[in-house]
Design a protein around this ligand. Structure first.
Ligand SMILES: CC(C)(COP(=O)(O)OP(=O)(O)OC[C@H]1O[C@@H](n2cnc3c(N)ncnc32)[C@H](O)[C@@H]1OP(=O)(O)O)[C@@H](O)C(=O)NCCC(=O)NCCS
Length: 320
């Protein structure tokens, strides 16, 4: 008979957060892919109505499993990881069931709440154990996020491409550009479940990360300010370079590329991609990487034309 590990639901203190980071690092070195993405890691210290942390631990208190449920969007999203030495003992199943209950049960108080949402679970890298686990649990793939990569060399580091006639290219000024950027981001990503919902708090959280560099965050502005909401950028390209990369790795990420809907279809996406690639090459990156939705054909075509190929895929599973 299998005995379920004790689980704990609630906010994480600093030690518990550290234990979850160590668990994620152990899984990453075993699986070759990080089980928790950026937003759940940023949320580890968050204690709010829309978020639930569930930790599984041994009787001695070691953290062996973690699931985070984020109910801030239209669907509830979960990321789940079990320590490599404690897999195939039913812990994943217990955490998944707990996460599904948390997402879908109406709140007991009867107050309008963040609960009652359908759960989607991310499988980063879509590894075979995750596929088998999802299949057994009756989950099906509902969304694909592609990880694309392209080698970079000194030859990719010319002067940044010039802005087309009628536009001005400059770098982001934290504070002064926050509101204008949030507006163009919301318009450019109105159909995107996470990116389009970014708030000022989300933007500030990223600005206080060690990797944030306004010199790698470019805005393209219309010179006459016509066509956008009062002179907001027509397009933007934000890059990200993690400071602590494994020995020999020098990845630079095209973190977000957005074009205002009124300026789409005019080649600005391609131009801003070149701006980002030239910047990353100048910083010494040897590989450019990015994430794009598997069903975003225009973006995939833009990146494929710029030399990117598919390096990995992340899949979101849900109950049919
Ligand atoms: C996927 C993951 C969470 C599974 O956790 P787990 O605790 O090992 O899963 P469980 O023991 O509860 O497995 C439940 C069932 O899923 C299936 N399963 C799980 N892992 C499997 C594997 N490696 N191969 C085949 N079937 C597997 C089995 O049917 C299993 O039941 P059984 O052991 O009685 O045959 C774990 O491998 C993990 O942390 N992977 C990295 C993170 C990740 O991919 N998360 C996304 C999950 S969708």
């Amino acid at each position: 008979m299998r005995i379920a590990a004790p689980i704990q639901i609630g906010p994480l203190d600093a030690d518990a957060q550290q234990a979850v980071r160590a668990l994620a690092a152990a899984a990453e070195s075993h699986d070759g892919v990080a089980p928790l993405s950026e937003q759940p890691l940023l949320n580890l210290g968050t204690d709010a109505e829309w978020i639930t942390h569930v930790v599984a631990h041994t009787k001695a208190g070691s953290t062996i499993g973690y699931v985070q449920v984020d109910r801030s969007g239209d669907t509830a999203s979960a990321e789940l990881v079990i320590h490599p030495e404690h897999r195939r003992q039913g812990h994943g199943r217990v955490l998944l069931r707990t996460a599904e209950r948390d997402a879908t049960l109406p709140s007991r108080s009867g107050e309008p709440s963040q609960h009652g949402k359908h759960l989607r679970v991310w499988a980063h890298g879509d590894l075979e154990p995750a596929r088998a686990f999802a299949r057994t649990a009756g989950l099906r793939p509902v969304r694909e996020l592609c990880f694309l990569a392209r080698p970079l060399s000194a030859a990719d580091a010319p002067e940044p491409p010039a802005a087309p006639a009628g536009y001005r290219l400059r770098t982001f000024r934290p504070g002064a550009d926050d509101d204008g950027w949030l507006r163009v981001n919301a318009r450019a990503f109105s159909a995107h479940p996470e990116q389009g919902r970014m708030t000022l708090d989300d933007l500030r959280a990223r600005q206080s990360e060690q990797w944030f560099d306004p010199e790698g965050f470019f805005l393209l502005e219309p010179e006459d300010a016509a066509g956008t909401d009062g002179g907001d950028p027509a397009a933007f390209l934000w890059t990200k370079t993690e400071p602590d990369q494994p020995d020999g790795a020098r990845d630079g990420e095209i973190y977000v590329l957005g074009v205002h809907p009124e300026h789409q279809g005019t080649g600005l996406g391609r131009l801003m991609t070149d701006v980002g690639l030239a910047h990353l090459a100048r910083t010494g990156a040897t590989r450019a990487v990015l994430y794009v939705e598997g069903d975003n054909a225009p973006a995939l075509a833009t990146y494929e034309r710029a030399g990117f190929t598919r390096a990995a895929v992340h899949v979101q599973y849900s109950r049919p």
